[in-house]
Design a binder for this molecule. Structure first.
Ligand code: FE2
Length: 190
């Protein structure tokens, strides 16, 4: 098991952009939380979340195809490499999410974006007082955060055996735990 510091060091080798780093940390937070629900190891699920977009900055048009090359050399377990590849299922490859960890990653990748976008639209700009119903309202507004693919999220929830609303609540709960670090704890009014 690699610790969080090592995972962050690996991430820093391949990802420099603020937005992608923030996204990686947001997915990490959601994954750590979901691990508890599914009996997984939060450190393992968190690291997979943190590293899932490892090849996106360097290979935006060959996403998920360079995971093995970049992470295999770090001595990460096969189960992690496969999990990371599987978040591109039906989008850039045919690696189907099979384990709970893989399904969770697939489900929260896009959803964290929708949750964060909903949070920062609100007066508090915080995830701490964000209710699932606010996200579900935005869920039904395709033009809002249009880049967050609702079909992928719905498919992910179904794989996990959750209603979308439940998955939203779990994702919010996970993001709350890291709200400060994610810049989603609210901004003091000027
Ligand atoms: Fe991602």
């Amino acid at each position: 098991m690699i610790d969080r510091q090592r995972a962050r060091a690996i991430l820093a080798k391949h990802v420099g952009g603020e937005t992608l780093l923030r996204h990686s940390e947001t997915v990490e937070a959601a994954m750590r939380h979901l691990a508890a629900r599914y009996g997984g190891d939060p450190d393992e699920w968190g690291a997979v979340g943190l590293l899932h977009d490892i090849d996106f900055e360097r290979y935006p048009h060959e996403h998920c195809a360079h995971v093995r090359e970049l992470l295999g050399a770090e001595g990460l377990p096969e189960s992690w490499l496969r999990a990371i590849e599987s978040h591109g299922y039906g989008i850039v490859n045919q690696v189907k999410p099979e384990t709970d960890m893989e399904k969770a990653l697939y489900a929260v990748d896009e959803l964290t974006g929708l949750v964060a976008a909903t949070a920062v639209m609100r007066p508090s700009r915080s995830v701490l007082d964000l209710e699932p119903k606010s996200v579900m309202k935005k869920w039904k507004t395709p033009a809002f955060a249009a880049g967050c693919d609702r079909n992928v999220i719905a498919r992910g929830a179904e794989m996990l055996g959750l209603e979308v609303g439940e998955l939203v609540a779990e994702t919010i709960a996970g993001m709350r735990k890291a709200a400060e670090a994610l810049g989603l704890a609210g901004t003091p009014s000027a």
